[in-house]
Ligand binder design. Structure first.
Ligand code: ACO
Length: 162
């Protein structure tokens, strides 16, 4: 990528003003159409949703939803994580995921999870590197894509490393 020049990768928040950026990325990245609730949840999650810029080009994003569990604890659901194909393998996905994992540690959040299509080996291997484990298989989770099945990947974050 590039001609040997150092290019910085930076993260930026999602606001009403730039919400078109994740919309454009999602169209390019995912075979699923995301509804208004997805974007409302992403905006409401604050720092848990970030865009990644390669120099000044928006090339990736992580979008999370914060969920209240019993007794007031919060868990994080990764709705989407994606990097445009030409920019993969440059550490951008790692930077986005580590940002969210660091926030979980800082905010004493001990559970983070996501759904991934069962044939998405790249993403499954990627998440396993960060300690996510397959905790369930859900048949017919998706309605418009093949295969329709997904894995539930979960990571329990140890709060002892702080
Ligand atoms: N195959 C094997 N390993 C891979 C791949 C791949 N295609 N992509 C990344 N990795 C590994 C790398 O080897 C790297 O490990 P290393 O640093 O030890 O070499 C590690 O994963 C991190 O790589 P990054 O460069 O940080 O990851 P990248 O920026 O390429 O993003 C991502 C990874 C987000 C999974 C990307 O491949 C992508 O956008 N895929 C398409 C969208 C997608 O499927 N997203 C996940 C769907 S599930 C969900 O959104 C909840």
């Amino acid at each position: 990528m590039g001609a040997g020049r150092q290019v910085s990768i930076s993260l930026d928040g999602v606001r009403d003003k730039n919400v078109m950026q994740p919309k454009k990325l999602n169209i390019a990245l995912f075979p699923v159409c995301y509804n208004d609730k997805y974007y409302a949840d992403a905006l409401a999650s604050g720092d848990f949703t970030k865009l990644a810029y390669y120099s000044d080009i928006c090339v990736g994003a992580i979008a999370c939803r914060l969920e209240k569990k019993e007794h007031g604890a919060v868990r994080v659901y990764i709705m989407t994580l994606g990097v445009l194909a030409p920019y993969r393998g440059l550490g951008i996905g790692t930077k986005l995921l580590n940002h969210v994992l660091d926030l979980c540690l800082k905010q004493n959040i001990s559970e983070i999870y996501l759904h991934v299509q069962t044939n998405n080996e790249d993403a499954i291997n990627f998440y396993k590197k960060f300690g996510f484990e397959i905790t369930d298989t859900i048949q017919n989770y998706y309605t418009n894509i093949t295969p329709p099945d997904c894995y539930l990947l979960t990571k329990i974050i140890s709060q002892t490393k702080k």
